[in-house]
Design a protein around this ligand. Sequence first.
Ligand SMILES: [Zn+2]
Length: 234
Amino acid sequence: MSYCVHCGVELDPTASFCPLCHTPVADPRQPVDTDSPKPFPTRRGEVAPVSKVEVGLLITAMLASVAVCCGVLNLFLHAGRAWSLYVIGAAAMLWLWLVPPLLARGMHLLLRLAVGIGAVLLYVYLISVDLDGRTWFLGLAAPLILWGGAVLLVLGLVLLVYHRSPITTLTILIGSVGIFLLGVELLVDRWLFHTWAPGWSLVVLVVCVGMVIPLIIIRRVPSLREEVRRRFHL
Ligand SMILES: [Zn+2]
């Protein structure tokens, strides 16, 4: 049995060069066995790539048929309530999530995120129509979704710019969780009590800040940064 002189990987007797680093095998005591079958297949099999347009059409057809079937069924079953709006809304949301990114090649990440947030907004709006909940939709649900979407968009933008270091990414993620929850409590309090008395979200924010500060220090001090990278294999 021989090993690659360059990278040390164990070599099959039939290998004339290392499969990893392509260093030629030269072992005078064990010449390359050219007769035995090779351990890897010699023919290269390839699967034809699936057309994205076909996948998009398939998803569209599936979602559209589910939505239409439920809409028709709604006319006969519990016709007094627009229950099919839940299914139609879910189908529309899934379509917006899946199909535009598939068809528009190289669609910008932020645009995809914005379309996805719009889809959630549309779905919750349809639910609020059935439940006669225009007030809670405008007063609570829409602000919460828009706030979450805004945080996600800013987060996406910041991570696109600073995507180099995992420590930076972690710092930004923890920070945005704290800020997001602070906003959630503000919106819920404003809706329920017409006032803002931050409680649990401040605790979470303090914990987040307590995690962010050491991470910033680690990022600033080169020796600490190297130590963390080595220990956590970053
Ligand atoms: Zn090698």
